[in-house]
Design a protein around this ligand. Sequence first.
Ligand code: PHB
Length: 409
Amino acid sequence: MNDAPSEARFIVEGDTVSTLVRTQVAIVGAGPAGLILSHLLAEAGIESVVIDQRTRTEIESTIRAGILEQGTADLLRTIDPNTRVDTVGDRHDGIELHFGGEGHRIDFPGLVGRSVWLYPQHEVLKDLLSLRLAAGQDLRFGVIATRVEGVETNKPRVVASTADGDELVIEADFVVGADGSRSVVRPAIAGASSGGYFREYPFAWFGILCEAPPSSDELIYSSSPHGFALISQRSTKIQRMYFQCEPDADPSALTEEEIWSTLQARVPGTTLRTGPVVQRDVLRFRSFVARKLRHGRAVLVGDAAHTVPPTGAKGMNLAVADVVLLGRALKALLQERDTRLIDAFAETALNRIWKAQHFSWWMTSMLHVTSDASEFDQRRQIGELKSVVESEAGRTFLAEAYTGWPIDA
Ligand code: PHB
């Protein structure tokens, strides 16, 4: 079943060592997509090698978003019944949309019978890394993929360089690019059509982590005449908050007082609990879908295949949905020689990807104020927000998308 991959070492040029590893699935990227896929494959008795250019500490400490859809939380519970999603994480049964001086709660269980969990992505990664390593997964850090070859053959290869400067070649039955928005696998799949479909936005988010207790029990998405703000959380002691800024904003340019007055002006009616700002960053907004998700024996998943602006909290959830589909398709292909699921993979995954693209774009455009917005635009936007919160159908649409569509949809 899950034998260790075979490995052979050669001296290629001078004293450069080249190692050839044979496995069934080569996974580039040890983010949520790559790690969950390696687990699903191992469960099915399929061996994989996972490489990532980052160190384990870098992977575990990069601050990303924090919302898990119901389906993502359920999957993490099946992967590890002792998952910290329910102990360290926090169930959220709604969000508040704030505009025109008033808050409007969207009640998820009441509308769609589902919830979301606030559990930061880097905590998910800590759990998955320790679980995979304990299970004996071949997982190599500090290994930089340089190119992918032979995707049109039955033996595609990932060529990489290790932290010692040696060459590592992974020969597999299938290659998976789970290597983020600057994917090295993508050119082998996209070829000349590498551009993909994309959209830039004329704003970004200024994000902070601060040492303060929560200012609100649930997340507040606030659209104000000054611009958008999101009041999110991390724990009882650390909070995550964002406000709309210019795409080229310098995260170090504002004093802490300026940060707090900007945030507070955008959430009238809620008194923010302040504390030392321990981290600040600017998140660029981009929507992107690769033109091709699969070519021969290679596929793209997660951010390598698509990027969404953070407003709908869809990034990691979409990556998880991709690999659930891919896990089933690779199982059918590699164990039963059944190509139907892998042939349908791109179309099936794109169905959800474009719905999530729409939702992320819609939440973004509905809640942000552009600098050239006319009075018509601003009044229309309030009309749009009211047509959501004042209608059960509108609230249900939002709740359904936010908590996540069933994975097969
Ligand atoms: C976060 O907590 O980082 C977060 C939450 C919801 C979003 C985006 C980011 O929509």
